[in-house]
Design a protein around this ligand. Structure first.
Ligand SMILES: C[S@@+](CC[C@H](N)C(=O)[O-])C[C@H]1O[C@@H](n2cnc3c(N)ncnc32)[C@H](O)[C@@H]1O
Length: 264
């Protein structure tokens, strides 16, 4: 029987885990279209929060963030226009029923333009096209609201993909949202998360991409930023770095090698 690899802290800027869920059970709901792979949230909470911290997901979907919070002893608060579970509160991510500067971490996995149909409600940002249909204007408001509710020194994680559709212009959603986040927060890092969805396993999708001269989306961006310029909070104790390589003593005068001139 297939056994999932151990869930471990990702240590490079390329994150990969071969399953939507970790452990025996399920975080969120695998049948919810657009559900976030739970190892992404697990990694963020391990690094940027500690036990008891308040974590908010303003577009909570099937509640993956809430389940990871429960596993790690964080207080999770989830909002969405179409709550999938009783503990998710119906709210628009642009107007959260939360006090300013009251939460330690915000994770959000927004719609990627009009790629998936969610509630179909007029307030749903998944109804707005990134190709001039008001998507960025709406996301600007979501990001401003994330900034309002976050405590100084708190962190945000935004998980998103670019958008390419046949007969439409390519939309660099990642770069656009990074620029919007940058107006409010200090960048910490940019992660590429490998997409392990079913689409990537179908041969005919790859054949069509080669024939049609386009690309399948192979990764999602994960932008990590900090509120304000406060020093980064480190809930984990970092291991001691190895000793620095000793610098060679200078050669006696006269024996010094001439510096080579490099041609450009
Ligand atoms: C990519 S899904 C989130 C998936 C979620 N992280 C999970 O693991 O199940 C995007 C979500 O944004 C919600 N959404 C869209 N517009 C919204 C808005 N204005 N306010 C709150 N939620 C919204 C959708 O209903 C959908 O559940």
């Amino acid at each position: 029987m297939y056994k999932k690899p151990k869930l471990e802290l990702q240590t490079t800027t390329l994150w990969e885990y071969p399953s939507q869920h970790y452990g025996e059970g399920m975080q969120g709901n695998k049948n919810y279209k657009g559900a976030t792979p739970s190892f992404v949230i697990w990694n963020l909470l391990q690094r940027y929060t500690k036990k008891g911290d308040k974590v908010v997901d303003p577009m909570c979907g099937s509640g993956t963030t809430l389940d990871v919070c429960r596993d790690l002893g964080r207080q999770g608060f989830g909002f969405d226009l179409q709550p999938q579970r009783p503990e998710i509160v119906r709210a628009d991510a642009r107007h959260l029923p939360l006090e300013s500067a009251s939460v330690d971490f915000v994770f959000v996995d927004p719609p990627y333009s009009t790629h998936l149909k969610y509630s179909g409600l007029p307030e749903c940002i998944g109804e707005l096209d990134a190709d001039g249909g008001g998507y960025y204007e709406a996301m600007e408001q979501v990001i401003a609201e994330m900034h309002r509710v976050l405590k100084p020194g708190g962190h945000v994680g935004l998980y998103v993909s670019d958008s390419w559709r046949q007969d439409h212009p390519f939309c660099a959603i990642g770069f656009e949202l990074f620029a919007q986040l940058r107006k409010h927060f200090t960048p910490v890092d940019i992660i590429a998360v490998v997409r392990n969805n079913r689409t990537m396993k179908h041969d005919h999708w790859h054949k069509s991409a080669a024939l049609g001269n386009y690309y399948l989306r192979g990764f999602n961006y994960l932008f990590i930023m900090r509120q304000g310029d406060a020093a980064p909070v480190s809930p984990r104790r970092a291991p001691k770095p190895p000793p620095l390589t000793p610098v060679a003593p200078p050669l006696p005068r006269g024996k010094q090698r001439k510096k080579k001139k490099h041609r450009i």
